[in-house]
Design a protein around this ligand. Structure first.
Ligand code: FEO
Length: 392
């Protein structure tokens, strides 16, 4: 296992987790990487570590460049354990000081009480081995402790989780991989991890615009070294809730009635030239749905009624979405019920809390949609399309 050179004396020494399929509930069909970096010179500096089971991989890659015991300093940009859980072993091995943001110092103390950490101030710089390290707090992007580390000599930003992708590949750079897959995974990552902090993203991009950046060395997936404008523009759009003329219909069904409704609503939306995605829960996991929600202007949720409330798989999605807080979007609700309703009302209450605008009445069908009800569904679809077009 070799280190990969990023600049003259900065190397990627991370680990590839080819087979992780759930990252705390977010499905990762393409695995992920835990990116750590080593800067070599008069002083050797390790930027972050890897998830503890991958410590040997980290050490092997460092050894291909330097003796790991020669590390003089470790920077911890983020406390979450996919990056911090090898810190203690690395400190024991090297005796190196660990630097983190103030919140990072507090958080690391709660994770690893034995770890010795010094706090660095936002905007402060240190010189080490002929390099400058400038620390930039990026609170809630996506934890309170998160920070960037900028190296002006290399125009390189260690950007922590920002700009990451859960994408295991032997390629290390953005220009070496399929661009469709790359942006799909970057969008899915943003939607599932960063979305609640869009306002912070916009502020951070403003702060970062003062820096001359040629390389974004992220903590997951490939390193951005070409066409940085594309991923920066994507983050700017996502952070500002820029959407397109697109609706996501997400539903579950007991005996096919709510599925039939979904199909006819989709027909109504598509008839107006608006893009539509139809996703059945149970077959499509929540993290995929949220990726599709990212650029959609409308979220249309369908549920059968069970025990006077929404279907469990719909509840899972709605609660997940409530935490991620997609803003500036339209919501709509539909579903089939038997003797008593209750499912659509329960969904509506949660979507209101999520902050979606709900301009249409819920569409409910008793038992099975026949031709008249199917036409009502198509009409709902047409109205959703009209609301999408009105909302620029
Ligand atoms: Fe990749 Fe928030 O840790």
């Amino acid at each position: 296992m070799e280190a990969i050179r990023v600049t003259d004396n900065i190397y990627w020494v991370g680990a590839i987790d080819w087979n992780i399929r759930s990252f705390h509930g977010y499905t990762t069909p393409r695995g992920t990487t835990y990116n750590a970096y080593i800067m070599t010179g008069e002083k050797n500096i390790l930027i972050d570590t890897v998830k503890r089971p991958f410590l040997d991989e980290l050490l092997a890659r460092i050894k291909s460049v330097i003796d790991p015991s020669k590390i003089d300093l470790i920077v911890s940009n983020h406390t979450e354990m996919d990056h911090s859980s090898s810190l203690l072993e690395m400190q024991k091995l090297t005796g190196a000081k660990v630097l983190a943001s103030r919140k990072g110092k507090e958080g690391l103390a709660l994770h690893f009480p034995e770890l010795k950490v010094d706090a660095v101030e936002d905007g402060s710089e240190i010189r080490c081995g002929g390099k400058t390290l400038r620390f930039i707090d990026t609170p809630m992007l996506h934890w309170p402790d998160s920070m960037f580390t900028y190296v002006p000599e290399d125009k390189l930003l260690f950007s922590m989780d920002a700009f990451g992708q859960h994408y295991a590949t032997n390629a290390r750079f953005n220009d070496e991989v399929d661009q469709g897959i790359l942006f799909h995974e970057a969008a899915k990552y943003y939607a599932n991890i960063i979305m609640p902090f869009g306002a912070r993203v916009v502020k951070t991009l403003e702060k970062a615009s003062e820096l001359d950046i040629q390389i974004l060395a992220t903590a997951h997936g490939v390193i951005w070294r070409k066409d940085l404008g594309k991923i920066l523009k994507a983050y700017s759009d996502w952070g500002s809730n820029v959407t397109k003329e697109k609706a996501v219909i997400v539903f579950d069904t007991m005996w096919g009635s709510t599925a039939t409704m979904a199909q006819h609503i989709a027909d109504g939306i598509a008839s107006q030239g608006v893009e539509v995605q139809v996703l059945k829960l149970g077959d499509t996991d929540r993290s995929w749905v949220i990726k599709e929600v990212l650029d959609a202007r409308a979220i249309v949720v369908g549920t059968p009624t069970i025990n006077n409330t929404m279907f469990p798989s719909v509840a899972d999605l709605v609660f997940y979405m409530k935490g991620l807080r997609p803003k500036g979007r339209i919501g709509a609700v539909f579903g089939s019920h038997g003797w008593n309703g209750g499912g659509t009302r329960a969904v509506r209450e949660q979507l209101e809390v999520t902050g979606l605008e709900l301009p249409l009445e819920d569409l409910q069908v008793n038992y099975v949609p026949h031709e008249a009800e199917k036409e009502r569904c198509r009409e709902m679809g047409r109205q959703i399309a009209m609301k999408i077009k009105e909302k620029k």
